[in-house]
Design a protein around this ligand. Sequence first.
Ligand code: RNT
Ligand code: ZN
Length: 417
Amino acid sequence: MCNRYESAKKIYAKYGIDTDSVIETLKKIPVSLHCWQGDDVKGFDQDGPLTGGIQTTGNYPGKARTPEELIADMEKVLTLCPGAKKINVHACYAIFGEDGFVDRNKLEPRHFQKWVDFAKKHGMGLDFNPTFFSHSKVKDGLTLSSPDKETRDFWIEHGKACIRISEYFAKETGVPCVMNIWTGDGYKDIPADRMGPRVRYKESIEAILSEPFDKNLVKPCVESKVFGIGVEAYTVGSAEFSLSFAAMHDGCLPLMDNGHYHPTEVVSDKIPALLAFFPEIALHITRPIRWDSDHTVLFDDETKEMAKEIVRCNALDRVYMALDYFDASINRIAAWSIGLRSWQKALLMAMLTPNASLKKMQDENKLSNLIVAQESIKTLPFGDIWNEYCVRCGVPTECELWLEIEKYENEVLSKRV
Ligand code: RNT
Ligand code: ZN
């Protein structure tokens, strides 16, 4: 075993931390990997533009064009990232066989069988998302909150179909399926009625959740948002709407995406607030630059802070963690891997922190001692433990990562023209 690890392990032991057991624990904590990073949120069921107030920018070559390419790319990413994974699938990634296309209100489990095969092959669970965007039935920018009943009904049927598919995922994989409801519904300019759309949205989500399902298998979530591109003035599924909906509906989880708040708000502070009330919550982990830009997640301060909160609230089994970003301007395998590895680093660092003794300092009001301790922890030999974690998981270490990505780019991605 490498000397640097042995020496780092001794240093952490002085803080009461057993690095071997941290590594073993972290290996088993699943993080959900989003399929939509591989093809710029395009999907397989339509040819139109990406709508709903979200945007990918960039045209780096090599994006996945078919289900086979997308799954192959994700398989490559699995070999580059340590830790347990789940796969997060959007409904627009239905894979139609010989019997052909069906619209979103008619989707069935069989349209996702290849995703189940992929998950089972790697012993992973699956998460799911109805797709309420990039579709001709989005009427005047609205879906579940539309004043038009036919439009609402179409999307309610879609939501119900997705509940059935989520339950199928859970039964097949043996792992609960987190099903996240997000719509881009909203208005570009000042609305005349802010409550009407929210009441309709509430009733539509209730109609979706009236589809029978086992609450131990399907975990429905509602994701809030502050604004989207072209939807600047008003978002139906605002923070207060979504949090209240989840609070008032048993079995429904609030989902916080850290790109969906005003720039000075931090999700790290919201995590413990929600954990004080909800048995379980869900996260979309992203990196907003000035807006919900969905840049690749990095090992930066707020990422570390969010992981810290989950760990020191002892909530690793109460928080469903999913990545959600899409960068089309760099190698997509690199984007996926950097994001997942960064979140893994953040979790590892949080688990290598002597949280109990820091809390004690706070409770005893030893705040000078606390600031000194918090700063000194930052220079512990974290990199040596991370390196060892990668080795034990059989994935590339930091200095090996690019070589692997470059090889895949040369051998596979560059041939996609
Ligand atoms: C959009 C939301 C939503 C999407 C995915 C593709 O702002 O974050 O979660 O990114 O559903
Ligand atoms: Zn999101």
